[in-house]
Design a protein around this ligand. Structure first.
Ligand code: ZN
Length: 430
Protein backbone atom coordinates (compact mmCIF):
# COMPACT_ATOMS: atom_id res chain seq x y z
CA UNK A 1 0.00 0.00 0.00
CA UNK A 2 1.32 3.39 -0.97
CA UNK A 3 0.45 6.61 0.73
CA UNK A 4 0.41 9.91 -1.08
CA UNK A 5 0.03 12.85 1.20
CA UNK A 6 -1.42 15.99 -0.28
CA UNK A 7 -0.83 18.41 2.52
CA UNK A 8 -2.83 21.56 2.58
CA UNK A 9 -0.70 23.73 4.83
CA UNK A 10 -3.52 26.18 5.44
CA UNK A 11 -7.07 25.00 5.75
CA UNK A 12 -9.01 25.25 2.52
CA UNK A 13 -12.66 24.48 2.72
CA UNK A 14 -13.43 22.91 -0.63
CA UNK A 15 -17.10 22.57 0.20
CA UNK A 16 -17.31 26.30 0.72
CA UNK A 17 -16.01 26.89 -2.80
CA UNK A 18 -18.84 24.86 -4.23
CA UNK A 19 -21.54 26.86 -2.49
CA UNK A 20 -23.02 29.60 -4.62
CA UNK A 21 -22.31 32.32 -5.34
CA UNK A 22 -18.86 31.34 -6.60
CA UNK A 23 -18.20 34.51 -8.49
CA UNK A 24 -17.43 36.81 -5.59
CA UNK A 25 -15.00 34.49 -3.84
CA UNK A 26 -11.82 34.69 -5.87
CA UNK A 27 -11.52 38.42 -5.32
CA UNK A 28 -11.91 38.17 -1.53
CA UNK A 29 -9.35 35.47 -0.93
CA UNK A 30 -5.72 35.63 0.13
CA UNK A 31 -3.10 34.83 -2.54
CA UNK A 32 -2.38 31.10 -2.98
CA UNK A 33 0.96 29.51 -3.83
CA UNK A 34 0.76 26.06 -5.42
CA UNK A 35 3.81 23.85 -4.93
CA UNK A 36 3.73 20.70 -7.08
CA UNK A 37 6.81 18.66 -8.04
CA UNK A 38 6.81 20.19 -11.52
CA UNK A 39 4.88 22.61 -13.68
CA UNK A 40 3.92 22.06 -17.35
CA UNK A 41 3.33 25.62 -18.60
CA UNK A 42 1.42 24.53 -21.72
CA UNK A 43 4.60 24.08 -23.77
CA UNK A 44 7.47 23.02 -21.50
CA UNK A 45 8.05 21.18 -18.23
CA UNK A 46 9.76 22.92 -15.31
CA UNK A 47 10.93 20.89 -12.32
CA UNK A 48 10.57 22.57 -8.96
CA UNK A 49 8.45 25.49 -10.10
CA UNK A 50 5.65 27.02 -8.06
CA UNK A 51 2.67 29.11 -9.17
CA UNK A 52 1.25 32.15 -7.38
CA UNK A 53 -2.45 32.90 -7.82
CA UNK A 54 -4.14 36.11 -6.73
CA UNK A 55 -7.87 36.50 -7.26
CA UNK A 56 -8.85 34.80 -10.49
CA UNK A 57 -5.46 35.15 -12.18
CA UNK A 58 -1.97 33.70 -12.15
CA UNK A 59 0.44 36.40 -11.01
CA UNK A 60 3.73 34.50 -11.16
CA UNK A 61 5.25 31.13 -12.03
CA UNK A 62 8.86 30.17 -11.50
CA UNK A 63 11.49 28.37 -9.44
CA UNK A 64 11.58 30.67 -6.42
CA UNK A 65 8.21 32.01 -5.36
CA UNK A 66 7.94 32.89 -1.68
CA UNK A 67 4.57 32.65 0.03
CA UNK A 68 3.32 36.20 0.50
CA UNK A 69 2.47 37.42 4.02
CA UNK A 70 -1.09 36.35 4.76
CA UNK A 71 -1.05 34.04 1.76
CA UNK A 72 -1.98 30.36 1.60
CA UNK A 73 0.39 27.59 0.55
CA UNK A 74 -0.86 24.40 -1.07
CA UNK A 75 1.70 21.63 -1.32
CA UNK A 76 1.00 19.04 -4.00
CA UNK A 77 3.82 16.48 -3.66
CA UNK A 78 4.12 13.85 -6.39
CA UNK A 79 2.09 15.90 -8.85
CA UNK A 80 2.46 17.84 -12.08
CA UNK A 81 0.57 21.12 -12.26
CA UNK A 82 -0.70 22.04 -15.72
CA UNK A 83 -3.20 24.43 -17.28
CA UNK A 84 -6.81 23.29 -17.00
CA UNK A 85 -7.61 21.04 -19.97
CA UNK A 86 -9.61 22.41 -22.90
CA UNK A 87 -12.00 19.82 -24.37
CA UNK A 88 -12.67 20.72 -27.99
CA UNK A 89 -15.73 18.59 -28.77
CA UNK A 90 -18.21 17.80 -26.02
CA UNK A 91 -21.96 17.28 -25.77
CA UNK A 92 -22.92 17.98 -22.16
CA UNK A 93 -26.55 17.39 -23.14
CA UNK A 94 -25.93 13.81 -24.26
CA UNK A 95 -25.18 10.72 -22.22
CA UNK A 96 -23.58 7.46 -23.39
CA UNK A 97 -25.40 5.71 -26.23
CA UNK A 98 -25.09 2.31 -24.54
CA UNK A 99 -27.41 3.73 -21.85
CA UNK A 100 -29.94 5.30 -24.23
CA UNK A 101 -29.67 5.55 -28.01
CA UNK A 102 -29.14 8.99 -29.55
CA UNK A 103 -32.58 8.78 -31.21
CA UNK A 104 -34.33 8.07 -27.91
CA UNK A 105 -32.44 10.85 -26.12
CA UNK A 106 -33.54 13.34 -28.80
CA UNK A 107 -37.12 12.09 -29.19
CA UNK A 108 -38.19 10.76 -25.80
CA UNK A 109 -36.25 12.48 -23.02
CA UNK A 110 -37.73 15.73 -21.71
CA UNK A 111 -35.63 18.86 -21.80
CA UNK A 112 -35.85 18.94 -18.01
CA UNK A 113 -34.31 15.48 -17.77
CA UNK A 114 -31.64 16.39 -20.28
CA UNK A 115 -30.69 19.58 -18.43
CA UNK A 116 -30.70 17.77 -15.07
CA UNK A 117 -28.30 15.23 -16.54
CA UNK A 118 -26.19 18.00 -18.06
CA UNK A 119 -25.63 19.61 -14.65
CA UNK A 120 -24.19 16.29 -13.44
CA UNK A 121 -22.07 16.05 -16.60
CA UNK A 122 -20.77 19.60 -16.12
CA UNK A 123 -19.59 18.82 -12.62
CA UNK A 124 -17.92 15.53 -13.66
CA UNK A 125 -16.13 17.38 -16.46
CA UNK A 126 -14.73 20.05 -14.14
CA UNK A 127 -13.65 17.46 -11.55
CA UNK A 128 -11.71 15.68 -14.31
CA UNK A 129 -9.58 18.79 -14.73
CA UNK A 130 -11.37 20.07 -17.84
CA UNK A 131 -11.91 23.77 -17.16
CA UNK A 132 -13.12 24.76 -20.66
CA UNK A 133 -15.27 22.88 -23.17
CA UNK A 134 -16.31 23.72 -26.70
CA UNK A 135 -19.74 22.10 -26.60
CA UNK A 136 -20.77 21.24 -30.13
CA UNK A 137 -24.51 20.98 -30.28
CA UNK A 138 -27.39 20.45 -27.88
CA UNK A 139 -28.73 17.65 -30.15
CA UNK A 140 -32.39 18.53 -29.96
CA UNK A 141 -32.27 20.43 -26.67
CA UNK A 142 -32.48 23.86 -28.33
CA UNK A 143 -30.52 26.51 -26.48
CA UNK A 144 -30.21 24.54 -23.24
CA UNK A 145 -26.42 24.83 -23.63
CA UNK A 146 -26.67 28.63 -23.56
CA UNK A 147 -28.62 28.37 -20.29
CA UNK A 148 -26.23 25.80 -18.84
CA UNK A 149 -23.32 28.11 -19.57
CA UNK A 150 -25.13 30.99 -17.85
CA UNK A 151 -25.85 28.86 -14.77
CA UNK A 152 -22.16 27.91 -14.53
CA UNK A 153 -20.96 31.48 -15.06
CA UNK A 154 -23.34 32.73 -12.36
CA UNK A 155 -22.02 30.13 -9.91
CA UNK A 156 -25.33 28.27 -9.62
CA UNK A 157 -23.71 24.94 -10.51
CA UNK A 158 -20.08 23.85 -10.83
CA UNK A 159 -18.84 23.26 -14.37
CA UNK A 160 -16.29 24.21 -16.99
CA UNK A 161 -16.25 27.46 -18.95
CA UNK A 162 -18.35 26.78 -22.03
CA UNK A 163 -18.17 27.76 -25.69
CA UNK A 164 -21.57 26.74 -27.05
CA UNK A 165 -23.09 26.16 -30.45
CA UNK A 166 -26.80 25.82 -29.66
CA UNK A 167 -28.83 23.67 -32.05
CA UNK A 168 -26.17 23.67 -34.84
CA UNK A 169 -27.05 23.88 -38.56
CA UNK A 170 -27.97 21.01 -40.88
CA UNK A 171 -29.21 20.86 -44.47
CA UNK A 172 -32.91 20.01 -44.71
CA UNK A 173 -33.51 16.28 -44.91
CA UNK A 174 -30.00 15.26 -43.97
CA UNK A 175 -30.10 14.86 -40.19
CA UNK A 176 -31.85 12.55 -37.75
CA UNK A 177 -33.93 11.26 -36.18
CA UNK A 178 -35.14 9.72 -39.44
CA UNK A 179 -38.23 7.70 -40.30
CA UNK A 180 -42.02 8.17 -40.37
CA UNK A 181 -41.89 10.36 -43.51
CA UNK A 182 -45.52 11.47 -43.07
CA UNK A 183 -44.59 13.13 -39.79
CA UNK A 184 -42.21 15.93 -38.97
CA UNK A 185 -40.02 14.37 -36.31
CA UNK A 186 -38.11 16.76 -34.04
CA UNK A 187 -34.56 17.00 -35.33
CA UNK A 188 -31.26 16.91 -33.47
CA UNK A 189 -30.26 20.21 -35.13
CA UNK A 190 -31.81 23.19 -36.97
CA UNK A 191 -32.52 22.76 -40.66
CA UNK A 192 -31.67 25.71 -42.92
CA UNK A 193 -30.79 26.07 -46.59
CA UNK A 194 -29.95 28.50 -49.31
CA UNK A 195 -28.84 32.10 -49.34
CA UNK A 196 -31.56 33.80 -47.29
CA UNK A 197 -32.35 30.81 -45.11
CA UNK A 198 -28.77 30.24 -43.98
CA UNK A 199 -28.07 33.93 -43.38
CA UNK A 200 -31.16 34.19 -41.19
CA UNK A 201 -30.53 30.94 -39.28
CA UNK A 202 -26.87 31.75 -38.63
CA UNK A 203 -27.67 35.25 -37.37
CA UNK A 204 -30.57 33.93 -35.30
CA UNK A 205 -28.38 31.33 -33.56
CA UNK A 206 -25.68 33.91 -32.86
CA UNK A 207 -28.27 36.31 -31.47
CA UNK A 208 -29.49 33.63 -29.11
CA UNK A 209 -26.04 33.09 -27.70
CA UNK A 210 -23.94 30.63 -29.68
CA UNK A 211 -20.19 31.21 -29.54
CA UNK A 212 -19.31 28.87 -32.40
CA UNK A 213 -21.49 28.14 -35.41
CA UNK A 214 -21.54 24.40 -36.09
CA UNK A 215 -22.43 23.05 -39.52
CA UNK A 216 -22.80 19.47 -40.68
CA UNK A 217 -20.88 19.46 -43.99
CA UNK A 218 -21.90 15.84 -44.50
CA UNK A 219 -24.06 13.24 -42.84
CA UNK A 220 -25.22 9.66 -43.29
CA UNK A 221 -27.98 10.47 -45.79
CA UNK A 222 -26.83 8.73 -48.96
CA UNK A 223 -29.29 6.43 -50.75
CA UNK A 224 -27.93 3.51 -48.72
CA UNK A 225 -27.34 5.47 -45.53
CA UNK A 226 -23.72 6.22 -46.42
CA UNK A 227 -22.14 9.53 -45.44
CA UNK A 228 -22.46 12.15 -48.21
CA UNK A 229 -21.95 15.88 -48.52
CA UNK A 230 -24.88 18.10 -47.48
CA UNK A 231 -24.44 21.87 -47.93
CA UNK A 232 -22.95 23.21 -51.15
CA UNK A 233 -19.61 24.96 -50.90
CA UNK A 234 -21.37 28.30 -51.53
CA UNK A 235 -23.75 27.66 -48.63
CA UNK A 236 -20.85 26.84 -46.30
CA UNK A 237 -18.94 29.91 -47.43
CA UNK A 238 -21.99 32.04 -46.66
CA UNK A 239 -22.23 30.69 -43.10
CA UNK A 240 -18.51 31.35 -42.54
CA UNK A 241 -18.87 34.90 -43.88
CA UNK A 242 -21.94 35.71 -41.76
CA UNK A 243 -20.30 34.23 -38.63
CA UNK A 244 -17.02 36.06 -39.27
CA UNK A 245 -18.70 39.44 -39.49
CA UNK A 246 -19.77 38.98 -35.87
CA UNK A 247 -16.33 37.75 -34.82
CA UNK A 248 -17.33 34.09 -34.61
CA UNK A 249 -15.81 30.98 -36.14
CA UNK A 250 -17.36 27.96 -37.78
CA UNK A 251 -16.73 24.30 -36.97
CA UNK A 252 -17.67 21.61 -39.46
CA UNK A 253 -18.73 18.07 -38.76
CA UNK A 254 -17.16 16.37 -41.79
CA UNK A 255 -16.21 12.76 -42.37
CA UNK A 256 -16.22 12.43 -46.19
CA UNK A 257 -13.48 13.74 -48.49
CA UNK A 258 -16.04 15.90 -50.36
CA UNK A 259 -17.60 17.32 -47.18
CA UNK A 260 -14.14 18.05 -45.76
CA UNK A 261 -12.95 19.75 -48.97
CA UNK A 262 -16.02 21.98 -49.22
CA UNK A 263 -15.73 23.02 -45.57
CA UNK A 264 -11.99 23.70 -45.78
CA UNK A 265 -12.36 25.80 -48.94
CA UNK A 266 -15.27 27.65 -47.33
CA UNK A 267 -13.01 28.74 -44.46
CA UNK A 268 -14.09 26.77 -41.38
CA UNK A 269 -11.78 26.92 -38.34
CA UNK A 270 -11.88 23.23 -37.42
CA UNK A 271 -12.89 19.97 -39.03
CA UNK A 272 -14.25 17.40 -36.59
CA UNK A 273 -14.22 13.60 -37.18
CA UNK A 274 -12.39 13.60 -40.57
CA UNK A 275 -12.56 9.84 -41.06
CA UNK A 276 -12.23 10.10 -44.85
CA UNK A 277 -9.24 12.43 -44.81
CA UNK A 278 -6.53 11.94 -47.44
CA UNK A 279 -2.94 13.26 -47.59
CA UNK A 280 -4.11 15.98 -50.03
CA UNK A 281 -6.92 17.09 -47.73
CA UNK A 282 -4.69 17.20 -44.65
CA UNK A 283 -2.04 19.11 -46.61
CA UNK A 284 -4.65 21.74 -47.48
CA UNK A 285 -5.77 21.91 -43.84
CA UNK A 286 -2.17 22.41 -42.72
CA UNK A 287 -1.68 25.16 -45.32
CA UNK A 288 -4.85 26.96 -44.19
CA UNK A 289 -4.24 26.27 -40.46
CA UNK A 290 -7.55 24.43 -40.09
CA UNK A 291 -7.61 22.50 -36.79
CA UNK A 292 -8.44 18.80 -36.76
CA UNK A 293 -10.46 17.24 -33.91
CA UNK A 294 -10.30 13.51 -34.70
CA UNK A 295 -12.86 12.30 -32.09
CA UNK A 296 -11.02 8.97 -31.75
CA UNK A 297 -12.74 8.06 -28.50
CA UNK A 298 -16.25 8.31 -30.01
CA UNK A 299 -15.47 5.79 -32.74
CA UNK A 300 -13.73 3.59 -30.21
CA UNK A 301 -16.75 3.69 -27.85
CA UNK A 302 -19.36 3.14 -30.58
CA UNK A 303 -17.42 0.17 -31.95
CA UNK A 304 -17.32 -1.31 -28.47
CA UNK A 305 -21.07 -0.70 -28.04
CA UNK A 306 -21.43 -2.74 -31.24
CA UNK A 307 -19.76 -5.71 -29.54
CA UNK A 308 -16.03 -5.23 -30.17
CA UNK A 309 -13.98 -6.25 -27.15
CA UNK A 310 -10.89 -4.06 -27.29
CA UNK A 311 -7.74 -6.00 -26.50
CA UNK A 312 -9.54 -9.33 -27.06
CA UNK A 313 -11.05 -9.29 -30.57
CA UNK A 314 -9.08 -8.37 -33.70
CA UNK A 315 -9.19 -4.67 -34.54
CA UNK A 316 -12.18 -3.81 -36.77
CA UNK A 317 -11.48 -2.14 -40.13
CA UNK A 318 -13.12 1.09 -38.95
CA UNK A 319 -10.57 1.48 -36.14
CA UNK A 320 -7.60 0.51 -38.31
CA UNK A 321 -8.70 3.09 -40.90
CA UNK A 322 -9.01 5.72 -38.19
CA UNK A 323 -5.45 4.97 -37.06
CA UNK A 324 -4.23 5.45 -40.62
CA UNK A 325 -6.11 8.74 -41.03
CA UNK A 326 -4.72 10.00 -37.75
CA UNK A 327 -1.17 9.11 -38.80
CA UNK A 328 -1.74 10.94 -42.10
CA UNK A 329 -2.97 14.04 -40.29
CA UNK A 330 0.00 13.94 -37.91
CA UNK A 331 2.61 13.72 -40.62
CA UNK A 332 0.95 16.51 -42.62
CA UNK A 333 1.44 19.01 -39.80
CA UNK A 334 -2.27 19.81 -39.32
CA UNK A 335 -2.90 21.68 -36.05
CA UNK A 336 -4.25 18.83 -33.93
CA UNK A 337 -7.13 19.44 -31.58
CA UNK A 338 -8.21 17.56 -28.46
CA UNK A 339 -11.88 16.84 -29.04
CA UNK A 340 -13.29 13.42 -28.28
CA UNK A 341 -17.07 13.82 -28.78
CA UNK A 342 -17.50 13.10 -25.07
CA UNK A 343 -21.13 12.37 -24.26
CA UNK A 344 -20.99 9.39 -26.61
CA UNK A 345 -18.98 7.99 -23.68
CA UNK A 346 -19.12 9.15 -20.03
CA UNK A 347 -18.46 12.76 -19.11
CA UNK A 348 -15.39 12.99 -16.89
CA UNK A 349 -13.61 10.35 -18.99
CA UNK A 350 -12.30 13.02 -21.37
CA UNK A 351 -8.86 11.43 -20.93
CA UNK A 352 -9.93 8.58 -23.22
CA UNK A 353 -9.32 10.75 -26.29
CA UNK A 354 -5.86 11.76 -25.04
CA UNK A 355 -4.88 8.17 -24.34
CA UNK A 356 -6.02 7.13 -27.82
CA UNK A 357 -4.05 9.97 -29.42
CA UNK A 358 -0.95 8.46 -27.79
CA UNK A 359 -2.02 4.94 -28.77
CA UNK A 360 -2.47 6.11 -32.40
CA UNK A 361 1.02 7.57 -32.58
CA UNK A 362 1.43 10.96 -30.92
CA UNK A 363 3.89 11.49 -28.06
CA UNK A 364 2.36 12.05 -24.63
CA UNK A 365 4.16 15.36 -24.38
CA UNK A 366 2.64 16.59 -27.67
CA UNK A 367 -0.81 15.40 -26.58
CA UNK A 368 -0.65 17.32 -23.29
CA UNK A 369 0.39 20.40 -25.24
CA UNK A 370 -2.56 19.97 -27.64
CA UNK A 371 -4.99 19.66 -24.70
CA UNK A 372 -3.78 22.96 -23.21
CA UNK A 373 -2.00 25.60 -25.32
CA UNK A 374 -2.81 23.88 -28.62
CA UNK A 375 -6.57 24.07 -28.18
CA UNK A 376 -6.27 27.58 -26.70
CA UNK A 377 -4.55 28.69 -29.91
CA UNK A 378 -7.03 26.98 -32.26
CA UNK A 379 -10.00 28.40 -30.33
CA UNK A 380 -8.31 31.82 -30.02
CA UNK A 381 -8.45 31.80 -26.21
CA UNK A 382 -5.41 33.89 -25.31
CA UNK A 383 -6.38 34.08 -21.60
CA UNK A 384 -5.93 30.35 -20.87
CA UNK A 385 -4.23 27.12 -21.88
CA UNK A 386 -0.88 28.25 -20.51
CA UNK A 387 0.62 29.05 -17.11
CA UNK A 388 1.95 32.58 -17.09
CA UNK A 389 1.50 36.00 -15.55
CA UNK A 390 -1.94 37.50 -16.08
CA UNK A 391 -3.61 34.35 -17.38
CA UNK A 392 -6.72 32.80 -15.84
CA UNK A 393 -5.96 30.61 -12.82
CA UNK A 394 -7.48 27.50 -14.40
CA UNK A 395 -5.15 24.78 -13.13
CA UNK A 396 -5.08 21.04 -12.57
CA UNK A 397 -2.63 18.84 -10.67
CA UNK A 398 -2.33 15.16 -11.53
CA UNK A 399 -0.34 12.45 -9.81
CA UNK A 400 2.78 11.63 -11.84
CA UNK A 401 4.00 13.15 -15.09
CA UNK A 402 1.48 13.09 -17.96
CA UNK A 403 4.16 13.98 -20.52
CA UNK A 404 5.84 10.64 -19.71
CA UNK A 405 2.70 8.61 -19.00
CA UNK A 406 -0.57 9.98 -20.40
CA UNK A 407 -2.65 7.87 -17.97
CA UNK A 408 -1.53 10.30 -15.24
CA UNK A 409 -4.43 12.48 -16.46
CA UNK A 410 -6.80 9.95 -14.87
CA UNK A 411 -5.31 10.74 -11.45
CA UNK A 412 -6.59 14.25 -10.86
CA UNK A 413 -5.64 15.51 -7.40
CA UNK A 414 -6.46 19.18 -7.55
CA UNK A 415 -8.53 21.49 -9.75
CA UNK A 416 -8.70 25.27 -9.66
CA UNK A 417 -10.98 27.36 -11.87
CA UNK A 418 -10.58 31.12 -11.95
CA UNK A 419 -8.72 31.01 -8.62
CA UNK A 420 -11.40 28.93 -6.88
CA UNK A 421 -10.27 25.55 -5.56
CA UNK A 422 -12.93 23.13 -6.77
CA UNK A 423 -11.14 19.88 -6.01
CA UNK A 424 -8.48 19.34 -3.37
CA UNK A 425 -8.28 16.12 -1.38
CA UNK A 426 -6.40 16.71 1.85
CA UNK A 427 -5.08 13.17 1.86
CA UNK A 428 -5.20 10.29 -0.60
CA UNK A 429 -4.58 6.71 0.42
CA UNK A 430 -4.35 3.87 -1.99
ZN1 ZN B 1 -20.28 15.58 -31.78
Amino acid sequence: MRRVALALVAVLSVAAFLTPPLAAQAADRAPIVLRPDRVFDGERMHDGWAVLVDGSRIVAAGPSIPTPAGGTEVRLPGTTLLPGLIEGHSHLLLHPYNETSWNDQVLLESHAERVARATVHARATLMAGVTTVRDLGSEGAGYADVGLKAAIDKGVIPGPRMLVSGPALVATGSYGPKGAPEWSLPKGAEEADGHDGLIRATRNQMGRGVDWVKVYADYRWGPNGEASATFTEDELRLVVEVAASSGRRVVAHAATPEGMMRAIRAGVRTIDHGDGGTPEIFALMAEKHVGFCPTLAAGDAITQYGGWRRGVDPEPARITRKRETFAMALSSGVPMCFGGDVGVYPHGENYRELELMVDYGMTASAVVQVATSGNADIFELSDRGRIGEGLLADLVAVEGDPTADITALRRVMFVMKGGDVVRAPTKVER
